[in-house]
Design a protein around this ligand. Structure first.
Ligand SMILES: [Zn+2]
Length: 152
């Protein structure tokens, strides 16, 4: 999935879960969901988050291949637990929701993603070619859902 599609997925999931995220600062929660929705692609040299992260991204791509450890759920469960412990459960949950938005997006793609890596290399994939016509359909559906959720 492209950067913009991942952001839309994050925004959509935020809109559909925000009523459950009681407490905390709404802008920080929104930011954490969006961050979670693009963070896994830090393991791809072509991604925006990789370029923005500078040396951190370069270290990550040196040690991890794309859609490997940094796309698996264990890192985000750990990060969410740490954020929850230090700052509040709603912030940890917000990052996790963003991550799940990313995971859902990549699961729709031909390459798929292995959420239980490294314990299981089983990948879940779908019919969407990154940047292809089906991704455009996903974008239109997401835009529709987002507009519907905002105006209803
Ligand atoms: Zn990804």
């Amino acid at each position: 999935m492209l950067f913009f599609t991942h952001l839309l997925l994050g925004l959509a999931l935020f809109l559909f879960t925000k009523d459950f995220l009681q407490g905390g600062n709404a802008i920080i929660i929104f930011g954490l969901v969006l961050l979670g929705s693009i963070l896994p692609d830090i393991d791809s040299e072509e991604s925006k988050i990789h370029r923005w992260s500078g040396i951190i991204g370069r270290i990550i791509t040196f040690f991890s291949r794309h859609r490997g450890f940094f796309h698996a759920m264990f890192l985000y469960v750990f990060l969410a637990a740490a954020i929850s412990y230090f700052f509040g459960a709603y912030y940890g949950l917000a990052l996790l929701i963003g991550y799940f938005a990313h995971l859902m997006g990549d699961m729709l793609t031909l390459d798929g993603v292995a959420p239980l890596y490294p314990f299981s290399k089983r990948r879940i994939s779908g019919p969407v070619r990154v940047g292809g016509i089906l991704e455009a359909v996903v974008v239109v559906i997401l835009l529709g859902l987002i507009v519907w959720k905002i105006i209803k």
